[in-house]
Write a protein that binds this ligand. Structure first.
Ligand SMILES: Cc1cc2nc3c(=O)[nH]c(=O)nc-3n(C[C@H](O)[C@H](O)[C@H](O)COP(=O)(O)O)c2cc1C
Length: 237
């Protein structure tokens, strides 16, 4: 694994730009990394960077990707984090948005995801290489709560450290009134990201249930829509 930089390393500023220490009051803070731009086709590239130990979260990841792909002008790229190859880093670099996903193990994202998060410190050290990309997250576990919120918080903090722009879920909580149904969208009532629940005795062919996969797809669509707006806005700016 490459050397991990520390927050105490000197700030890297491109030639010709003042460092933070040299800035005068009222002077605009310089942009230190290229802003996201649409590729020549104007497509929004949505990467889904995920880990799944036993296949359940992989189904959720596929649903997120399908939701992103369903938005005209967006294309999804499912990036497995099982092996952190050069290809993985290249695909994430090319993406306009990265949606993080992992099962919740012992109340946080799985260790494989955490290894990826730590390895991403190299991207962080290289001039905040993911600055201004759109970010979002999803997680799956066996309990209704299972402390899944902690995993989503972990993803959001990771995104913030990278200078990314976090997008949550814009869906009212389902299954939260006496007449409501377990089939409701966002039945687990999460806003920070998409949650899914998989019964522990069911294989990945049967869990998570359709309702959670639809919620995952809704997150993918929302991220794709927001990313397209972001890219078009950066063209106009
Ligand atoms: C090591 C380990 C720790 C787990 N910790 C939790 C947990 O904290 N909360 C929970 O609800 N489920 C927990 N589970 C259950 C998994 O989150 C659940 O089985 C999930 O569907 C696995 O997803 P995957 O097939 O993508 O690996 C844990 C499972 C394992 C193997």
């Amino acid at each position: 694994m490459p050397a991990t930089p520390t927050a105490h390393e000197p700030e890297q500023v491109p030639a010709g730009q003042p460092s933070a220490a040299e800035l005068q009051p009222g002077q605009p803070v310089p942009t230190r990394a290229p802003q996201p731009q649409p590729d020549s086709s104007g497509t929004a590239r949505i990467a889904i960077a995920y880990h799944s130990g036993y296949g359940h979260t992989a189904r959720q990841a596929e649903a997120v990707a399908a939701g992103a792909d369903a938005v005209p002008g967006a294309t999804a790229d499912l990036v497995s984090l099982d092996e952190l190859t050069d290809d993985v880093w290249a695909r994430l670099k090319a993406a306009d948005a990265i949606i993080f996903g992992a099962p919740t193990y012992m109340g946080s994202p799985s260790a494989v995801f955490k290894a990826f998060a730590e390895a991403s410190a190299d991207v962080w050290a290289d001039n905040l290489g993911w600055r201004d990309k759109i970010a979002a997250g999803f997680t799956n576990s066996k309990a209704m709560s299972g402390d899944k919120l902690n995993s989503l918080v972990d993803f959001a903090v990771l995104a913030a450290q990278h200078g990314m722009i976090w997008v949550g879920l814009d869906i009212y909580p389902g299954w939260a009134e006496s007449t409501a149904s377990i089939e409701d969208l966002n039945r687990l009532g999460s806003w920070l990201g998409a949650m899914a629940q998989s019964d522990a005795d069911l294989s990945a062919e049967k869990a998570p249930p359709e309702t959670d996969l639809r919620t995952a797809a809704a997150l993918g669509s929302r991220v794709a829509t927001v990313t397209l707006r972001h890219l078009r806005g950066s063209l106009a700016a």
